[in-house]
Design a protein around this ligand. Structure first.
Ligand code: ATP
Ligand code: MG
Length: 568
């Protein structure tokens, strides 16, 4: 590609709307342009990267035996009503109606459509196992689209769905996808981790996520390399505290705490740490409000809390009116002592003695609170976020926390969708059996942003070779004034193209500094400079995007180097 014909505009300024580095660089390098909230155009340069991601994903899915198809993006409401998700999915689902007032949604995912295919096409266990996949545009009306293509409303997903006759078959299909995903993210040159995950509203049992490790990641991951454990913090387990709590050493006291609203306020007033306090939250329960009590320095984990029987799902905080009716007080002054509603304590609270909490009276707190004396023995549950230093659940060592960007997610769905929609086949004994399903997603567009989060410097993007929009850029110096440079640069351009490299030939009549800056910004791995001085010495100046210095190589050495590193 000749730069002069590529229509690329790069930006010097950092666009104000971009919060994180990948979003800034994608805009500056001209990979994407914003149309509206969460909607982006992939410009020619960006599309080249996207196509490279797709190619790797497609190759590995094909290699794993999955079959590509293409389903409609728009889906009839009836299918979603059959599985109950028309009501469950909520405002994330973009709904619309046609001229006959029939209702539809723009697909955020395709379990319903593929299960409908299975209902129509599959009759016998002999047709199994099967795994269908597509690479297609999805829409989710995200409450907070941000970070450019990382959390957009319209995005491209690779979604795959497997069908098996029994749970053993499903396990094999799932492991095949686990292996294929590992191969994909290895090939893309990303630093990633595979973590246990929650199945969310898609449903099912076993599920794992693939996370690209980056400080800007929206997810927290708890891991321990010693124990080979890694889980999304949403599902990372805490165990009941073992051993006894310390003996009570303080008497229960009710003290005036005017103006104290938060744990920090209370700690400052009493000169104690948050670990010596508990916080009490009132949430909606399945049968009236429930109090949830955590150690003051711990955070409530919604995903785990809403799985507790008496707590309503999705987790919903009680409104101020309900709180007053249930406690006689307000948020900021709540505590478990004397509460008349069901109380669930986090496991960690059971190990506490002599702690402080609200007295259910505005402007008052208790200190020196102890179980068995001031409160009955607690009913405890796992409902806090793990923190660094917590023990690995059921293993050895302690947890560390890292941030991750979820780029892939694999699930065992079981028979949830096949039962709801009547997708069954005859087994070898002639009996009808609901299909065992798995589903497997990869965020194709999100991967591009995630790769940049991991691969950049102050000057711009540094593409891992398999993702680079161009492998090599040719920068001629003063080509418009030197015939020798022009002829040599054109010849080099021809030759590199014939090596099946993606080549960008910067034939613009602009200063070399501008060309160098653009090549660095858009992140092309290899750069070759053609200059009069170099030609006299029969040399090209070579620099890898990650190198600090350039070096002079003769033409053959430069070509060999490109051949070796660019073609994987
Ligand atoms: P998240 O937790 O980030 O909202 P999810 O768990 O809802 O994602 P899945 O249903 O597992 O997403 O979808 C499969 C993949 O699609 C995700 O792993 C992610 O890479 C990608 N994806 C999901 N939502 C978005 C989005 N709003 N923008 C870009 N990619 C997305
Ligand atoms: Mg997910």
């Amino acid at each position: 590609m000749r730069f002069s014909e590529f229509g690329l505009t790069t930006l010097k300024e950092v666009p104000a709307e971009a919060e994180i580095v990948s979003h800034k660089l994608m805009l500056r390098a001209g990979l994407i342009r914003r149309l509206a909230s969460g909607l982006f155009t992939w410009m020619p340069l960006g599309l080249r990267v996207l196509r490279k991601v797709e190619a790797v994903v497609r190759e590995e899915m094909d290699r794993a035996g999955a079959l590509e198809l293409l389903m409609p993006a728009v889906q009839p409401a009836e299918l979603w009503q059959k599985t109950g998700r028309w009501d469950q999915y909520g405002p994330l689902l973009l709904r619309m109606s046609d001229r006959h007032d029939r209702e539809y949604c723009f697909g955020p995912t395709h379990e319903e459509v593929i299960t409908d295919i299975a209902c129509r096409e599959l009759r016998s266990y002999k047709q199994l196992p099967l795994n269908f996949y597509q690479i297609q545009t999805k829409f989710r009306d995200e409450i907070r689209p941000r970070f450019g293509v990382m959390r957009s409303r319209e995005f491209i997903m690779k979604d795959a769905y497997s069908f098996d006759i029994d749970a053993d078959g499903l396990e094999i299909s799932y492991q095949k996808m686990h292996a294929a995903y590992s191969a994909i993210f290895d090939r893309l040159g990303l630093d990633y981790r595979i973590v246990w995950a929650d199945s969310g509203e898609i449903g099912g049992s076993k599920s794992q996520e693939f996370h690209v490790i980056a400080d800007s990641g929206e997810d927290a991951i708890a891991y321990c390399d010693e124990d080979n454990y890694a889980s999304n913090i949403e599902t990372a387990v805490t165990l009941p505290v073992d051993g006894k709590r310390p003996d009570a050493s303080q008497s229960l006291q009710k003290i005036a705490t005017p103006g104290v609203q938060t744990i920090q306020d209370l700690c400052a007033l009493l000169n104690i740490t948050a670990r010596q306090t508990v916080k009490t939250l009132i949430v909606e329960g399945t049968d009236g409000p429930v109090a949830v009590v955590l150690r003051g320095d711990h955070e409530l984990n919604a995903v785990k809390a809403q799985k507790i029987d008496r707590i309503a799902s999705p987790l919903t905080m009680a409104d101020p009116h309900t709180i007053r009716e249930a406690t006689g007080s307000e948020a900021g002054s709540l505590g478990p002592v004397g509460l008349q509603i069901p109380v669930v304590f986090d496991h960690a609270v059971a190990g506490m003695a002599d702690f402080s909490c609200g007295a259910n009276e505005i402007g008052y707190h208790y200190t020196g609170v102890n179980f068995e004396r001031d409160l009955p023995l607690p009913e405890t549950a796992d409902m806090r976020n793990v923190v660094a230093g917590d023990p690995v659940p059921g293993g050895i060592g302690t947890l560390s926390i890292a941030r991750g960007i979820e780029v892939g997610h694999i699930f065992q769905l079981g028979t949830k969708y096949s039962e709801a929609m009547g997708a069954s086949v005859q087994d070898s004994g002639g009996k009808d059996r609901s299909l065992e399903m798995g589903c497997y997603g990869i965020g194709i567009t999100r991967i591009v942003g995630a790769a940049i989060e991991q691969n950049h410097d102050d000057n711009g993007i540094i593409w891992p070779e398999p993702l680079a929009p161009f492998n090599v850029v040719i920068v001629p110096i003063n080509m418009h004034r030197s015939d020798a440079v022009r002829v040599a640069a054109e010849a080099l351009y021809e030759e590199l193209q014939s090596m099946e490299l993606d080549v960008l030939f910067d034939d613009r009549d602009v200063r070399p500094g501008v060309k160098f800056a653009d090549a660095e910004l858009i992140g092309i791995p290899h750069r070759l400079v053609v200059s009069e001085r170099g030609l006299e010495a029969d040399e090209l100046e070579y620099r890898h995007r990650r190198d600090d210095e350039s070096r002079n190589l003769n033409r053959e050495a430069a070509l060999n180097l490109l051949k070796e590193s660019a073609i994987s």
